[in-house]
Design a protein around this ligand. Structure first.
Ligand code: 6PG
Length: 249
């Protein structure tokens, strides 16, 4: 079972700054634990405000960027300069403004074929954490979003990726979007030290109720669990509007 908590913020801006503070605290704790300090970014539009908060002077100073490794939970199979690229969004929102060593930014190479990109990313994950064999790297913090269909990362309902139990990373064809993606798998997500879901806006109210409030298992996001470690849901009031008590989780 996970150690799951939900926090409801009055606005998406408050959620962004609350999430930046949570990220800063989680990375400080990871520094104290020692080892590789790593943050896996989510794509889509919700996290942009969080990333922009991380680029402000307050967090530029607060976070020790020199030791941090950046990964992604998933990527579209597009070149890094594409407007669809999760890497490009993060680069524009904060990566270009913080003092991260360039070789600590481990993007999924969407310009390769899906299978090559997935294979290369899994090798990069293993090499960065210095692990071999069947050991699974432990990311310090994974940011995730939830789609209106209940997907998270690129683990979409009905996709083959949901049943991957061996690989850390897999390529996946998303029928509904008629596109290929590369995603971390449940084994990799489930070994993280902490997961922070970010859910914002009225359009997410039905899925937030179904996944967070009701734990409906038909949705992939419901199956992201850590063995007793922390899964945090940061949502704004609009996304919580169908909760029994939209003010308090
Ligand atoms: C992606 C994301 C994806 C995203 C959800 C929510 O590559 O699009 O990783 O899983 O988190 O689709 O997206 P929004 O935040 O844009 O609603």
């Amino acid at each position: 079972m996970s150690n799951t908590h939900t926090q409801i913020f009055p606005t998406s801006a408050a959620l962004s700054y609350g999430a930046a503070e949570k990220i800063s605290a989680a990375l400080s704790a990871a520094h104290i634990r020692g080892g590789i300090v790593s943050l896996a970014l989510s794509g889509g539009s919700t996290p942009r405000g969080v990333y922009e908060a991380l680029a402000t002077a307050a967090y530029r100073k607060k976070i020790d960027w020199s030791r941090l490794h950046i990964f992604w939970g998933d990527e579209r199979c597009v070149p890094p300069e594409s407007s669809e690229s999760n890497y490009r969004m993060a680069h524009q929102a904060f990566l270009r403004d913080v003092p991260l060593p360039a070789h600590h930014i481990h993007r999924i190479r969407g310009e390769l074929t899906p299978a090559e990109a997935a294979r290369a990313y899994e090798i990069e994950l293993r090499n960065t954490f210095g692990i071999t064999g069947t050991e699974i790297p432990r990311l310090s913090l994974v940011l995730l979003g939830v789609g209106e269909d209940g997907h998270t990362a690129s683990l979409f309902p009905g996709s083959t990726a949901l049943h991957e139990t061996r690989r850390l990373v897999t390529e996946v064809y998303v029928e509904r979007l008629n596109t290929w993606r590369v995603t971390l798998t449940y084994p990799m997500l489930g070994n993280a030290e902490m997961i922070l879901f970010l859910v914002s806006g009225p359009a997410k109210a039905p899925i937030a109720r179904a996944v967070i409030h009701d734990g409906k298992t038909e949705f992939p996001a419901t199956h992201v669990a850590l063995n007793g470690r922390e899964v945090e849901w940061y949502i704004d009031r609009d996304a919580a509007s169908l909760f029994d008590d939209p003010e308090h989780a």
